[in-house]
Design a binder for this molecule. Structure first.
Ligand SMILES: [Zn+2]
Ligand SMILES: [Zn+2]
Length: 339
């Protein structure tokens, strides 16, 4: 049997271990992917720390996968060996549960999550359900594609479904892994794009990413600044700070929406009358399914949206993970297998 390297976690709060395993064969409905690159996401901590109940260990994290289909299981339709594919958080759907029957594939009760319910992309090879696959455009490298199938699709898909239209004011709260992509997508979608972050030093980066305006939340009143622009149609909250989110609510315009992507521990403070009087709303947004990832990749190719990345070889996954979690990475960390 041929061997491969995987980086696994053997128990909740355990260390990463680089081990050899046999290269798996894909079961029915699944394909084997020769992994070229896998981005590291903050959500990988769910596997590492055992935050989600029911994770079976050992588990290989990683849901920002880019690679090549190199074996196809029985019954798989539409995918063939040699295709370049991406696999994100959404690990596939069953097609016959009630949410699936209503077209809400993201809410499939089968609940497959890459790197959580099955082994993910911190590996030379992984096996994925065929409904989790997104086709990679030739123009994108594996390192470019990896972060786009999680951080990318989350921001792209939330913005395109936000109700905002070209020339509307759309503010991106936070300029990290999600935010630096959100600003690029918003600008390319034709929104009047406002970046909100802490400190004046991030203004040049915000403009480089395409923001038309920058608000320094440490020095300026975020809500007042947004109102000067007529109020935001959408504030896309990529941070995990409840106070920073609540502080934008006063800057929403009529029919404005706070769209929540980050999950703070604390509750949001919401002025109810302002919601009522301006028909304003607060909503969450799930990332996206494989076809949403495919659209993200396609749009990014078309418009030049790319994540800024730091690249590490697979064997340095532990160090790369710490770098990502430190918050110092600019802005996504990607593992490569050298294949
Ligand atoms: Zn993720
Ligand atoms: Zn289902």
């Amino acid at each position: 049997m041929l061997k491969m390297r995987v980086v696994q976690v053997t128990q909740a709060k355990g260390q990463f271990e680089l081990v050899e395993r046999e290269i798996p064969e894909p079961a029915a409905g699944r394909v084997r992917i020769k992994v070229e690159a896998c981005g590291i996401c903050h959500s990988d901590s769910l596997t590492r720390e055992g935050i989600l109940p029911g994770i079976q260990y050992p588990r290989v994290p990683g849901h920002e996968v880019a690679g090549i289909v190199d074996a196809v299981g029985a019954g798989v339709v539409g995918w063939t060996e040699g295709q370049r594919v991406g696999v994100g958080w959404h690990g596939g759907y069953c097609g016959h549960c009630e949410p699936c029957r209503r077209g809400n594939f993201f809410a499939c009760q089968w609940g497959q999550v890459t790197g959580i319910t099955y082994d993910g992309g911190y590996a030379d090879y992984m096996v994925a359900h065929s409904s989790a696959l997104a086709l990679l455009p030739d123009e994108l490298s594996a390192v470019e594609a990896g972060p786009l199938v999680c951080a990318g699709v989350t921001t792209f898909n939330s913005l395109r479904n936000s109700g905002a239209r070209p020339n509307d004011v759309v503010a991106i709260l936070g300029l990290g892994g999600l935010g630096h992509l959100g600003v690029q997508f918003a600008a390319k979608m034709g929104f009047k794009t406002v970046a909100i972050a802490r400190g004046s030093d991030k203004a040049p980066l915000a403009r480089q990413l395409g923001a038309h305006h920058y608000i320094d939340s440490q020095a300026q009143d975020v809500a007042a600044e947004l109102l000067k622009m007529g109020g935001a149609r959408v504030v896309l909250a990529t941070v995990t700070n409840a106070q920073a989110m609540s502080a934008t609510l006063g800057g929403l315009g009529i029919n404005g929406k706070l769209l929540v992507l980050g999950a703070p521990h604390e509750a949001l403070e919401v002025p109810a009358f302002s919601l009522i009087a301006g028909c304003r709303s607060i909503a969450g947004w799930y990332s996206g399914t494989s076809i949403d990832s495919q659209d993200t990749l396609s749009f990014s190719t078309l418009t030049g949206v790319r994540a800024m990345t730091e690249v590490y070889p697979l064997q340095r996954a532990a160090e790369a993970y710490e770098r990502m979690m430190s918050g110092k990475a600019r802005f996504r960390v990607v593992l490569t297998t050298g294949q």
